[in-house]
Design a protein around this ligand. Sequence first.
Ligand code: CO8
Length: 256
Amino acid sequence: MSSMLITEAGEGLFHARLNRPEAHNALNTALLQALSEAFARADDDPSIRVILISGTGEHFAAGADINEIADKTEAEGADDVRKTYWRQLQSVRKPVIAAVEGYCLGGGCELALSADLCVAADDASFGQPEIRLGLIPGAGGLQRLADRLGKARAMRLALLGERISGATAYDWGLVSHRADRGEAVTTARSLAEKLVKAAPLAVEASKAAVLKATEDRLNDGLDWERRAFERLLSSQDKIEGITAFREKRRPTFTGQ
Ligand code: CO8
């Protein structure tokens, strides 16, 4: 198991912790692969009832690894193995709980939004800042934001790249639970304990039923968003956005 991902299992709970604190747990391909494989194993393991995901250090995850996206073209994006990993992560049958402290941005936010329950620390920071890189999310972030927040609030995050606190995310209905700073994992574990004791078949059926109402109808949008993300990979604006991020300056976009 990669040390980028720390896992532990016991008493029905599988806990995976993203472990790249030096990069705010940015999801590079190796981490995404380790995570999706760990989720798949936990999903198939009859001794596991609930999956919990959190970050090590102060943050959940600051997004996909920008260094990996920097040189990717549209054609490479279309062939990207990360699509498979995202699909695996988002098709787990058992309940997944995300415990979020600190930054939860970009692909990190998409990962948290894919979880079935999400506990946010009040001062956590949620957002889809891809627009600042000349990009959009590609793993369903905008579909799920629009679905949960409605157009007005989703547009604030999508177009302006606004970040919202965990407390606001809870008030707006983006996440299911809130916690004091530093308490997200503890709160998530107490929710997991309840789920471990619940009837497994009914839990799985409940999850599937809710997803039929909320996720199935997003499928067209999910594909569209992913394709739009791929097209933007080859744009000059993306190159400028990522160069500016690395140079710690404001980007100048030209629409090319
Ligand atoms: N990727 C790579 N490295 C990162 C990332 C990232 N997403 N975020 C932070 N880091 C690194 C920084 O480069 C820095 O490294 P170094 O110390 O070597 O310079 C280190 O982490 C600490 O970061 P900062 O110095 O920037 O820390 P600050 O506290 O000043 O700022 C922020 C924290 C606000 C989180 C800032 O780091 C930031 O804006 N990060 C980028 C956030 C972002 O734009 N995320 C979206 C990425 S794109 C994406 O997620 C698309 C998903 C597509 C999914 C579909 C794929 C199939």
